[in-house]
Design a protein around this ligand. Structure first.
Ligand code: ADP
Length: 169
């Protein structure tokens, strides 16, 4: 029979496992990397308490950028968007958690940084839609799709952070 301490430590994971655990793909775009904002942006998700599953600095090939943004093909800004995303290294991240997709979008803020609330990443750190420093998946389905698109299987870690018992009652 598990001790009270064991139960207290491990029950939060059982509770979390019963709820809808989602994953989301977060990317520091080339302007965020060039402007030295990588640590700041990672830190916001880390401090919030989501689980980091994958992380890499990566030069995105054109084909991958086109696949990632395939729904925007045909928009007037699409060619510039592909040039932007492939213009330098990006930092790719996979984060996991209950409600992580919508919450990450809130932390990121509106697409147009001038309309993004202060306190959000774009609201605090950017001024233009075409240079809005960060990407976040817009639905749980796209979260799964994008994590699978940007990461190979061996690049993702299954782990329980030391802080886990202190994040959920
Ligand atoms: P979000 O990244 O907030 O989910 P969208 O999916 O609508 O926004 O657009 C994807 C990305 O395309 C934006 O983050 C931005 O980099 C770029 N983009 C969108 N609209 C414009 C625009 N009008 N001009 C330039 N770039 C744009």
């Amino acid at each position: 029979k598990p001790s009270t301490r064991t139960t207290r430590i491990f029950l939060p994971h059982l509770v979390a496992a019963m709820e809808e655990v989602e994953e989301t793909y977060i990317m520091v775009k080339p302007d965020g990397v060039q402007r030295g904002l990588v640590g700041e942006i990672i830190s916001r998700f880390e401090k919030k308490g989501f689980l980091l599953k994958g992380l890499k600095l990566f030069q995105c090939p054109k084909e991958l950028a086109e696949e990632h943004y395939k729904d925007l093909k045909g928009k007037s800004f699409y060619p510039k968007l592909i040039d932007y995303i492939t213009s330098g290294p990006v930092v790719s991240m996979a984060w996991e958690g209950v409600g992580v997709v919508a919450s990450a979008r809130k932390l990121i803020g509106a697409t147009n940084p001038l309309q993004a609330e202060p306190g959000t990443i774009r609201g605090d750190l950017a001024v233009q839609t075409g240079r809005n420093v960060v990407h976040g998946s817009d639905s749980p389905e796209n979260g799964k799709r994008e994590v699978a698109l940007w990461f190979k299987e061996g690049e993702l870690c299954e782990w329980i952070p030391a802080q886990a018992p202190w994040l959920r009652e």
